[in-house]
Design a protein around this ligand. Structure first.
Ligand code: VGL
Ligand code: ZN
Length: 212
C-alpha cells in the first residue's frame, strides 16, 4: 500500500482530548481514551501540531444546568441557531478541562481555546457557533504557510466535524483520520456529520494510510 507522505506544509489539529471527554469525564465519549496512543504516534509524523481545548465558564449557555427544566442532549433555539444542551463540561480551571496527560506531543505549537464566551458555543476550532466570531486559527495557519489540515480527536460528530468543515470553508485541504476519533452520536449526529463532511470535500482516511 502506498502511504501518504506528511509534508512540512501539513498540520495535525488535535481536537479536545480533555479529561471530560474521556471515560470518567462529565461528557465522556465512548472509547475516547483509545485514541490517545494513536494520536501520539501520528503526531510524530507531523512537524506542525496544534491543540484545541474546549474551555467554558461555569455558567456557559450550552450547559443544560443553565436552563430550567432542560436536560442534557435536549436542544434549545438561540439567536445563532439550534443548540444542543450538554452536561457541565470543560469548565475552565477544572481537571475536566485539562488536556490529557497521556498526550505525548512536546513539539505541539499552539493551544486554541474555544467556548469561553458565555453566550456562544464553539465546537469548531476556527469560529464560534454564531459563525462570525473567529478564534484566529485560520490566520495562524495561513501565516505559517500551512496548507493541509489533518484532524483527529473528540468528538467525531461535533468538534472534529465542525473543525474539519470550517477548515474546508477556509480553503485548506482537509483530512479526518477516522480511527483517531471517537463519536458522541446523539440523535443521529454521527451520520449527519459524515454526510456534511463528504458534501464539503473533507477526505476521511484511516491512520494506516499514513503510518503504513
Ligand atoms: C464537544 C460537545 C460540547 C466536542 C464540545 O469536543 O466535541 N462536544 N462541547
Ligand atoms: Zn463544550
Amino acid at each position: 500500500m502506498t502511504t501518504i507522505a506528511i509534508s512540512p506544509r501539513d498540520v495535525l489539529v488535535v481536537v479536545d482530548v480533555q479529561y471530560d471527554f474521556l471515560p470518567g469525564g462529565n461528557l465522556a465519549v465512548t472509547g475516547g481514551d483509545e485514541i490517545v496512543p494513536l494520536v501520539n504516534t501520528l503526531a510524530k509524523r507531523f512537524a506542525n501540531v496544534v491543540f484545541t481545548q474546549d474551555w467554558h465558564p461555569a455558567d456557559h449557555i450550552s450547559f443544560a444546568s443553565q436552563h430550567a427544566g432542560m436536560a442534557p442532549f435536549e436542544t434549545i433555539e438561540l439567536a445563532y441557531g439550534t443548540q444542543v444542551l450538554w452536561p457541565d463540561h470543560c469548565v475552565w480551571g477544572t481537571h475536566g478541562a485539562e488536556l490529557s496527560h497521556g498526550l505525548d506531543i512536546p513539539h505541539a505549537q499552539l493551544v486554541i481555546r474555544k467556548g469561553y464566551n458565555r453566550a456562544v458555543d464553539s465546537y469548531s476550532g476556527f469560529q464560534e457557533a454564531d459563525r462570525a466570531t473567529r478564534t484566529g486559527l485560520a490566520g495562524y495557519l495561513r501565516e505559517r504557510g500551512l496548507e493541509t489540515v489533518y484532524v483527529v480527536g473528540l468528538a467525531t460528530d461535533f468538534c472534529v466535524a465542525w473543525t474539519a468543515l470550517d477548515a474546508r470553508a477556509e480553503g485548506f485541504a482537509t483530512v479526518v483520520v477516522e480511527d483517531a476519533t471517537r463519536a458522541i452520536d446523539a440523535n443521529g449526529s454521527l451520520e449527519i456529520a459524515g454526510t456534511d463532511m463528504a458534501a464539503a470535500g473533507v477526505t476521511r482516511i484511516m491512520s494506516k494510510e499514513i503510518l503504513g
